[in-house]
Design a protein around this ligand. Structure first.
Ligand SMILES: Nc1ncnc2c1ncn2[C@@H]1O[C@H](COP(=O)(O)OP(=O)(O)O)[C@@H](O)[C@H]1O
Length: 179
């Protein structure tokens, strides 16, 4: 049990995390629209605000400058009302989030989505292995209080609709408990 006291905010912040291709951007956009929240795509912020130290060409990935990223994002999340979407979650301050949703996808589904995305075979294999090994789910469980971390399937459109509905209901309950 965590003893963390989260700051009082008028609205909650929600983190949507998972392996690339599990549906974070699509699900986050739907949740943000349903709740009238801001969708913060962290990958976009990393690029636009240059929150990286270098770029790994081999893996087509950025080596993050965590401190710069946190400084950039702090004012954005301060008042709540944000759906933050990123494939990693351990670098964010724990106090930022009231709910952490970890999206999961089956190997077959992820293979098709990453192939569709024209990922190199190497990058596709790396991400599929990470999903099978539950890397992001583990990271979320190690970084946040267990009662706020929820792992959900994101294989089908029905899954996605159910996940959006679930977060909507959670946000209503949050509001009722934080008048
Ligand atoms: N639950 C789902 N059911 C069906 N298709 C999905 C689902 N989630 C995502 N997709 C599709 O899979 C692809 C990758 O989704 P995206 O949201 O970009 O993933 P991520 O942001 O995690 O990389 C997109 O084409 C999206 O439309």
């Amino acid at each position: 049990m965590s003893t963390l006291t989260r700051p009082e905010r008028a609205k909650p912040n929600i983190l949507i995390t998972g392996t690339p291709g599990t549906g974070k951007s699509t699900t986050s956009a739907d949740i943000a629209e349903a709740l009238g929240f801001a969708h913060l795509n962290v990958g976009d912020i990393v690029k636009s605000e240059k929150c990286y130290e270098s770029r790994d060409e081999e893996f087509d990935a950025y080596m993050l400058d965590d401190d710069k990223l946190i400084d950039e994002m702090e004012p954005m999340v301060a008042d709540g009302g944000c759906v933050v979407d990123f494939h990693s979650c351990e670098m964010f301050p724990e106090r930022w989030f009231d709910l952490v949703l970890v999206l999961r996808a089956s190997t077959e589904v992820l293979f098709d989505r990453l192939t569709e995305r024209n990922y190199s075979e190497k990058k596709r294999e790396e991400n599929m292995t990470a999903e099978i090994m539950q890397v992001v789910a583990e990271e979320a469980r190690e970084s946040y209080a267990e009662e706020i971390v929820h792992e959900v399937q994101s294989n089908t459109v029905e899954d996605m609709e159910a996940n959006v509905e679930r977060v909507k209901q959670w946000a209503e309950a949050w509001k009722a408990n934080n008048p």
